[in-house]
Ligand binder design. Structure first.
Ligand code: NDP
Length: 485
């Protein structure tokens, strides 16, 4: 039989009694000197940290990315350096709107966030299970999220707010079409695709830049719940995603995704038929075929959910040599806001937490700060500033990315001007089977319940522009739902 370890205080001293408070007589009162009791209660008060404002409810696991195809002509990134190379990673999937205790099977976009622990630093690809998003200008993000959260007075989710916003922002309807389609409620994180969503860039050893989109295609197949099935599932368990992902990995039934890219030459962006950096649009596969790059496999559950999933911190700002940003305005705003969210939730040194810590050497001159638990990070005690004469870390010129060629006037450009918000949702609508379209119309109509007529009418004008059948399909579904009330 293994011997129990000793119970200690956080300062390491043995705890003689973990059952009985120190009191003046058997009936109390307490004594302040029972510090271990005070410590225990104080710790409990601090067990919660702010939940993420978006993507609060999540599920994740560790895994590997194995490279299957040589793309060195596009990128010098170490992670893609040779076929067969394996890089450790962690994934966190999530819903967007629900709070930490929300049900897993809600109709919502799913976060699909990946951290690759590469030999040249952590690369985070913080995407979704959809290739587009509701907006193309970051000014709209906080307002959009307010519509997904609770009404300030009722403290309830508000379909009126959602449809008011969407009907006034037709660029959102591509994403809304995906949300209301079968893929709006996947059966598990394993049964959905992931997308980097934004356009990023790759750059090679010759200093050439390429624009790129990242795709992760589920190898488990797409599976979904209808609204009715989801309601039933939630009645059984609100934690279906956690249960299915965790148990699949425990059973060694490791989920896999095919990592693919779409690539265009840097100059091609100028003559693209639309803005290739617009987050509400995809690059059609017919013109920009997918190139397989590798296989991502999740194969290890975390040992401590809080330490490794609640504290895992993904940020689009984490890029590595050979991978970089694009001018996408929403990506640019996320470079700031994600890292800022982590500093707020987890503290200045969140990158040093075990789950976030790079697996390669980390040498920097940031100093001190709240909860600095790692001490000197320069490898030399006298090297605490730069430049110095004490063998402190020096810059790596070889990691310089090629210049981002942009020539434009600084101004505020109306993102609604000259944009076609209807062609791509139409293409999606048209590729669905008749049954899938029926569910799309019904799910959309159901989500409109309780929304004032004038707002519904405003939305239907846009749906008619996508496809008259789409608008009419929703009208019919609305009438059908009304007749059953
Ligand atoms: P393709 O026929 O080549 O591809 C269609 C894509 O749609 C596939 O990637 C498929 O994913 C995906 N898809 C199928 N059903 C749904 C759904 N309900 N929700 C979201 N995605 C779905 O067409 P195009 O490339 O010309 O694109 C046509 C439309 O497909 C686009 O306007 C866009 O709405 C959608 N789409 C396009 C993507 C792209 O990057 N080009 C990516 C995802 C969607 P899968 O292969 O896994 O079944």
């Amino acid at each position: 039989m293994t011997k129990n370890t000793r119970l200690t205080t956080t300062a390491g001293a043995p705890v003689p009694d973990n059952q009985n408070a120190v009191t003046a007589g058997p009936r109390g009162p307490l004594l302040l000197q029972d510090y271990q009791l005070i410590e225990k209660l104080a710790h409990q008060n601090r067990e919660r940290i702010p939940e993420r404002v978006v993507h609060a409810k999540g599920w994740g696991a560790y895994g590997t990315l194995t490279i299957t195809n040589d793309i060195a002509k596009y990128t010098r990134a170490d992670i893609f350096s040779e076929v067969g190379k394996q890089t450790d990673m962690i994934a966190r999937f999530s819903t967007v709107a629900g709070e930490l205790g929300a049900a897993d099977q809600e109709r919502d976009v799913r976060g699909f966030a990946l951290k690759f622990y590469t030999d040249e630093g952590n690369w985070d690809l913080v995407g979704n299970n959809t290739p587009v998003f509701f907006l193309r200008d970051p000014y709209k993000f906080p307002d959009f999220i307010h519509t997904q959260k609770r009404h300030p007075r009722t403290n309830l989710r508000s379909p009126t707010a959602m449809w008011d916003y969407w009907s006034l922002s037709p660029e959102s309807l591509h994403q809304v079409t995906i949300l209301m389609s079968d893929r709006g409620i996947p059966r598990s994180p394993m049964h959905m695709n992931g997308y980097g969503s934004h356009t990023y860039s790759l750059w090679n050893r010759d200093g050439e830049r390429f624009w790129v989109k990242f795709h992760f295609k589920t190898m488990q197949g797409h599976e979904f719940y209808t609204n009715g099935e989801a309601a039933e599932m939630i009645g059984h368990s609100r934690e279906g995603f956690q249960e299915s992902l965790f148990s699949a990995i425990e059973r060694r039934n490791f989920p896999k995704w095919r990592m693919c890219i779409q690539v265009i030459e840097e100059e091609e962006a100028e003559n693209f038929p639309f803005n290739p950096f617009d987050l509400t649009k995809v690059w059609p596969h017919g013109k920009h075929p997918l190139i397989e790059v590798g296989i991502m496999e999740l194969n290890r559950n975390v040992d401590n959910y809080f330490a490794e999933i609640e504290q895992v911190a993904f940020s689009p700002s984490n890029i590595v040599p050979g991978v970089s940003f694009s001018p996408d305005k929403v990506l640019q705003s996320r470079i700031f806001s994600y890292a800022d969210a982590h500093r707020y939730r987890l503290g200045t040194h969140y990158e040093a937490l075990p789950v976030n810590r790079p697996r390669c050497p980390v040498n920097h001159y940031h100093k001190d700060g709240l909860m600095n638990f790692f001490g000197q990070t320069t490898g030399a005690v006298d090297a605490f500033y730069e430049p110095n004469s004490f063998q402190g870390p020096v810059e790596v010129k070889d990691a310089t990315e090629p210049p981002l060629r942009i020539s434009a006037d600084v101004d505020r450009y109306d993102h609604r001007q000259g944009n076609d918000d209807y062609t791509q949702p139409r293409a999606l609508h048209d590729l669905m089977t008749e049954e899938a379209r029926g569910r799309l119309y019904y799910n959309t109509a159901q989500s409109m319940q309780g929304v004032p007529d004038n707002i519904i009418e405003r939305a239907l004008v846009h749906y008619d522009k996508i496809r008259v059948e789409y608008g009419n399909g929703i009208r019919l579904a609305l009438a059908e739902i009304a007749s059953t009330r």
